[in-house]
Ligand binder design. Sequence first.
Ligand code: KG4
Ligand code: ZN
Length: 349
Amino acid sequence: MILSLGIETSCDECSASFVSYDDHSLKVLGLATYTQLEEHRPYGGVVPEIASRNHLEQLPIVLEEACRQAGVAFADADVISVTNRPGLVGALLVGLSSAKALAYSLNRPLIPVHHLEGHLVSPWLDAGQDLMGIEFPAIVLLASGGHTQLHCVSGQPVTWDKNIIEESFLGSSRDDAAGEAFDKSAKLMGLPYPGGIELDRRARGGNGKSFIFPRPMLHSKTHEFSFSGLKTAVSLKVSELKQAQLLESRLSDLAASVEAAIVDVLISKLEFAIEEKGAQSVIVVGGVSANTLLRERAAHELSVPLIIPKLRYCTDNAAMIAAIGALRHSKGESLKDFYSINAYSQASA
Ligand code: KG4
Ligand code: ZN
């Protein structure tokens, strides 16, 4: 059994987790996350400097809490893993420096983890042996606040090499990410930050066919996405409804219609990729995989089985980072000479 301690501070979630890896099973023993909602809400979005300073305060607290939940001490960890890209550099550096200090003082290997690879493995968290039988290749939709990408993976996480994100890449959004499209539309509608979750909540009571919003590149035979034009259309509709004093009463219909447009694009791109690659299964990950409509439609409309994380592992968390660390360590990829590891804002060099 390998016990991995993971740290995630790439954006506005400060998270620490202990994950065990044994017999192909990744078990979350402790997961503590502080989400910086109150800190960023007054600004309507994440303020990088505030995020870094808050990580400094919260990281020791979430680390202690993860130990408490797992019933272990730091020294019980066989390996320390930490997100080092992509993200806000100041925020990443807080996690990375702490991880280096822990690895140095405990004399443990340190594994730098690509945040998007963490999302990729998130469906396997607490899945036991359930996903052992899934068939590959699998198309992956990775939809978060900063990225919307399609990948094609050919095997179980234990077979992934450290360049899996680059090697499996098919295409991405040309402009906004899906999460960004949710967040910006929500902001235009006057919904509180963080917009995606709030828009999802409002959409439940609405009719998604009430307003027709653009669905760019819906049928284009490429793996690229676009959400351009959506913000402008939402902004115009919000002004129109405001003028008619109908914004409040139509808010749920508006939310459902925006959600329908974004999810239509995601589903249609998945259909194309599944067909083109002859995929045997589909994996949907990233914060947007928490969306109610996307979860429903991906489960019922696609021609192959859906693999999707449990709700608590959809948005940023350190368990997915610890999981990658455990898998790498199990393959002997651990790094003892970690002093030169740096943090990077970009997904790739
Ligand atoms: O993966 P994540 O937690 O952070 C990044 O790596 O970016 O994704 C956050 C994104 C945000 O844009 C958030 O609004 C969106 O995921 N999100 C949702 C829902 N929950 C989170 N979007 C739509 N519906 C949701 N239920
Ligand atoms: Zn993320």
